[in-house]
Ligand binder design. Structure first.
Ligand code: URA
Length: 210
């Protein structure tokens, strides 16, 4: 994604008042990293420290993320890290379905702009953003095609902090990332978008014919 387009998107996020979360935020947390990253990590929502600093994963869970990235030879500058929603929910409660729906266009624009080879979802909310109703314990560590994207659902680093057994699972899953990325291609977003547009047009025509 062109850095100017990213800056414009970040400005739109910063001025968003589309849901009630804007009232309690210190600042928005749009996400950061390489706008042309091969790997996009998607977490849940900003917490206290993220809200203070305006960057994702800068608290304890972020330290786990940094460590696991380092172990596979990557830094934050090599990847892009974002969240499903861009404002901190009060007291770090779970994001509400309507908050996720309202914020969705921002993540959609980030994903289609970055066109990552691999989307690593961290935790249940990011997984279910793509595949509603999917269980994290059953799908974690599996590479799943969700056209035009390749998903790799993993446990959330905060869950790994709470349960040491999950930390090892998360670490093992991280170790596979370089190999998965090496075998993956940039998604052809335009082909999928135009296929979706044709389909939409077809159904509009069908509707007119009814
Ligand atoms: N947890 C998340 O899901 N995202 C952050 O940015 C920080 C903690």
């Amino acid at each position: 994604m062109n850095p100017d387009v990213l800056a414009e998107l970040n400005a739109r996020i910063a001025s968003c008042t589309a849901c009630a979360l804007h009232q309690g935020r210190t600042q928005t947390v749009p996400g950061d990293g390489d706008p042309n990253a091969e790997v996009l990590f998607i977490g849940e929502a900003p917490g206290f420290h993220e809200d203070q600093q305006g960057s994702p994963f800068v608290g304890q869970a972020g330290r786990v993320l940094d460590q696991l990235l380092l172990e596979i030879g990557l830094t934050r500058a090599d990847v892009f890290v974002a969240n499903v929603i861009k404002c901190r929910p009060p007291n770090n409660r779970d994001p509400l379905p309507e908050e996720i729906a309202t914020c969705e266009p921002f993540l959609t624009m980030q994903i289609s702009g970055i066109r990552p080879k691999l989307i690593v979802t961290l935790g249940r909310f990011a997984l279910q953003y793509f595949l509603p109703g999917t269980s994290i314990s059953r799908s974690r560590g599996k590479v799943i095609r969700s056209d035009p994207y390749l998903l790799y659902p993993l446990y959330h680093p905060a869950a790994a902090l709470r349960q040491s057994r999950l930390f090892q699972v998360l670490r093992d899953d991280f170790q596979r990332i370089p190999q998965i990325v090496a075998g993956a291609e940039r998604p052809d977003v335009r082909a999928t978008a135009s296929a979706a547009a044709v389909q939409k047009e077809d159904s509009a025509t069908q509707l007119q014919l009814l």
